[in-house]
Design a protein around this ligand. Sequence first.
Ligand code: F0G
Length: 461
Amino acid sequence: MVEFNRRIKPPPFKTKTIEHIKKTTHQERKMWLEEAGYNIFNIAAENVYIDLLTDSGTSAMSDYQWAGIMMGDEAYAHCKNFFNLKDVIQDITGFKYFIPTHQGRSAENLICYAFNLTQSKVSISNQFFDTTRANIETSGAEALDLIIPEAFDPSLMYDFKGNLDCKELVKTLENQDNVALIILTITNNTGGGQPVSMQNIREVSKIAKKYTIPFFLDAARFAENAYFIKLREEKYKDLTPKEIAKKTFSYADGCIVSAKKDGLVNIGGFIALNDEKIYLKIKERMVIVEGFPTYGGLAGRDLEALARGLVEVLSEEYLEYRYNQVQYLGNSLVEGGIPILLPVGGHSVNLDARRFLPHIPQAQFPGWSLVNALYERYGVRSVELGSVMQAKKDKDGTWQYPKLELVRLAIPRRVYSQEHLNYVTDSILDLYEHRSEIFGFEITYDPGVLRHFTARFKPIK
Ligand code: F0G
């Protein structure tokens, strides 16, 4: 059992503005779920008590960021805030060129275009996030995950479960000459917010150089990854998170970033890179699909809030608080005997649905069932990272189910208190006692690509 201290340090901020949340009844939530086709994405947010659907775009901004919103320069081209953001991004990443985008997936789309990821090409990652995979696959290319095998054992304690398997990478590069791009996801969201070590980043970089493959980071949670490196890689314990982040970026040729996570903003993203040709190609494309390249689908005020958020997120005090808060929820659940993915990740605690609901086969979506039960009984919204999101049909048309069936409790940044998290723990402990009452689901509408967002279901009773 993991030992932990119930008394975590207070957050390094206090509350200035509040948002009311509403308690609803079990009966109401049952009805809403039925109307929603048992898809949690269809539930109105105001009917959610504690919303752990995502840590993306859900951060609370600081007064300094809100003040920045008032400093928005809404000129069409080359507004003041573009230059402010450019300075901050160049300072952190060291990359020569920077392009704002309205969120992460548009950065992914532009990168797929710029690197010409069409048929017969392959892109390799530790583990692609679902939108990155979808962008690559809809461009016609193959998205290949090469995560280390340790990542698939949910109870194995391992410091850097997000690492890419370098032996497999070399093997693939020796046998295939169609690999067009390597994208390392830091931290690995799909695998439960697990960090990637600096040693692994350096090794991937070395291999990429040897085989002359461009190497990018999907750096949505780069600050959280830097903090894990500080805590778990002896060599970096005396560096600041910013110094570690800089070092991380120094090994790559560029990055794509959803700023809705560690950017501490509600919307935004960017690409930063060194290759001028690729930069120009993206810039040309931008004008058609995203906006003039200095605003990238964002308002001047959004750029300013992001410039300020990227500085705040690298505060060591903030990252310590963030780390402790997520660990606190995970450790409370472990203490109560709940099967979760270990070690606890950077932005989320992930329930192991297969061990939570061993009576539901993967073909009946145990993760999805758990998400529904958590909302129906307690008003807590989570998200499935399991068979609905990741199962795939093989060439013979047989469904292949993912090795991990997780339910992610993603913690929005600077939003919920320890008391809120205690409520979540108590809910899950109660649900665990009643787990035999939970049933599986079948799909009644399957849209294909990214089906978890819009699929509809019915319970198997
Ligand atoms: N990369 C990673 C690692 C992500 O986690 C996400 C989004 C994206 C790219 C896409 O960014 O949403 O700004 O277009 N993750 C969200 C989540 C949706 O809930 O984990 P986006």
